[in-house]
Write a protein that binds this ligand. Sequence first.
Ligand code: SF4
Length: 65
Amino acid sequence: MRIKVDATKCIGAGLCVVAAPQVFSQNEDDGLVVVLQENPPPELHASVREAARLCPALVITYEEE
Ligand code: SF4
């Protein structure tokens, strides 16, 4: 899995961090999403899909490999 985010559209809602705290974080200054792992291991894939589903700004996309 390869994750892509468009941080310019992020509204800092933080739902991705709640869904997948090992994969997503937020910038301390502006609250925008930070990807901690662009290629997360298989055990985290379900939480990444959940984060993408929950993101209100549809910022998170991913490619399954
Ligand atoms: S859920 Fe979406 S809008 Fe909210 S911080 Fe994460 S990427 Fe940004």
